[in-house]
Ligand binder design. Structure first.
Ligand SMILES: Cc1ncc(COP(=O)(O)O)c(C=O)c1O
Length: 377
């Protein structure tokens, strides 16, 4: 049978879109103005650095020096001073021998998992892991066992039963949807006992739980069996990702990592902005204290999924439609909140996800909490 080149597949997609619409699962791209007047409780600019004058000045200088884009991978086009300085700064911040910067946190996670597995590795992955870690696990081709969220005993049981195969445990530190912090010291102790590697995505903790994130806070920086990834799109207010670990890992990634080799480098202005943000993160204890205080205020006012451990706070919604209606009502009243529904939630529940941005004036933040409570189902 000859396929209709225009009709068949498009009708199939339209049918699926109708099904998603009836389940309340359509997503909408809404316009965003330059200064849209919305109170931001949806982004990940925890420390408010995306518009910090020092960050903007550094990015502007690099823009004039290097142009907008990197114009190629660093292997093909050359590696700028800005990339080198950012990597040495990140290695210092995260307490590792070396670091390698990627054009996104997503690609860093893909690259990290793939670099750390061997053909017979058993991958143990937290049930609530971010899609980028899941995709990294899947694309690695290794056997994957998903363990119940945060369960150190489940990890221990799986490691004890694996025989003499290599194992890699993959987890976030502060989880991206619910904002809870995994028990890293216990998890690492189990990995150490059973000779497994631990890969921690510290995306939501770097800059928020201390400058160096949750891994540093747990005293695990630079441990030989720990590798850290993070994104520069959150507390740095920039974009890009990083893998931090021993020098041998970075050398391996530069030689073999497909998501590094075959990807155009992080734009130099973004790298320069992130480098300026790094200094502000180091000096940002007052900003961190404010993030934690605001997160606690949210938890006091609204029915949160769990106590927040950083700047992410998830609030329960009865269902996907109610979550959308709630977020829409907030938006109409000038408050931007995240709306998370399956498949973006780790379970079948829907949530509003509120994220703290200390760049939002405190009075506006508190008024926004009133608005969210008033708009609730
Ligand atoms: C835990 C976690 N890891 C990785 C990423 C991906 O980072 P990026 O947006 O820089 O690709 C995100 C979200 O963006 C995240 O929440």
């Amino acid at each position: 049978m000859v396929n209709d080149p225009t009709g068949d597949w498009q009708e199939r997609l339209a049918r699926k879109a109708r099904l998603r619409a009836s389940a309340g699962l359509r997503r909408e791209l809404r316009p965003r103005g330059t200064r849209d007047g919305m109170v931001d409780l949806a982004g990940n600019d925890y420390l408010g650095l995306s518009r910090h004058p020092a960050v903007l000045a550094a990015a502007t200088t690099a823009l004039a020096q290097y142009g907008l884009g990197a114009t190629g991978s660093r292997l093909v086009r050359g590696s700028t001073d800005v990339h080198a300085a950012l990597e040495s700064g990140l290695a210092g911040l995260l307490g590792t021998e070396a670091a390698l910067v990627y054009s996104s946190g997503y690609l860093a996670n893909l690259g990290a998992v793939r670099a750390l597995v061997q053909p017979n590795t058993l991958l143990l992955s937290d049930a609530f892991n971010h899609a980028s870690l899941i995709d990294g696990c899947r694309s690695s081709g290794a056997e994957i066992a998903v363990y119940p969220h945060g369960s150190v005993p489940a990890v221990e049981a799986a490691l004890a039963a694996r025989g003499d195969r290599p194992a890699l445990v993959v987890t976030e530190s502060v989880f991206s949807v619910d904002g809870d912090l995994v028990r890293l010291p216990e998890l690492h102790a189990v990995c150490r006992r059973y000779g497994a590697l631990l890969l921690v995505d510290d995306a939501h903790a770097v800059g928020v739980r201390g400058p160096g994130g949750a891994v540093a806070e747990a005293g695990l920086s630079g441990e030989p069996d720990v590798v850290v990834t993070a994104t520069l799109s959150k507390s740095f207010g920039a974009a890009g990702g990083v893998i931090a670990g021993p020098r041998a890992l970075v050398a391996h990634l530069v030689d073999t990592g497909r998501t590094f080799i075959y990807d155009t480098a992080l734009p130099p202005p973004v790298a320069a902005g992130a480098l300026a943000a790094l200094d502000l993160i180091r000096a940002g204890d007052d900003l961190r204290a404010e993030v934690r205080e605001r997160a606690a205020l949210i938890a006091k006012r609204l029915p949160t999924v769990c106590e927040p451990d950083a700047g992410v706070v998830s609030v329960r919604a009865p269902g996907p439609q109610e979550a959308v209606a709630w977020a829409d009502a907030c938006r109409v009243r000038g408050v931007a909140v995240g709306c998370f529904r399956p498949p973006s939630t780790p379970d079948s529940g829907s949530r509003l996800r509120l994220t703290v941005n200390v760049g939002v004036p405190r009075a506006d933040f508190e008024a926004a909490l009133d608005t969210i409570a008033e708009c609730g189902p």
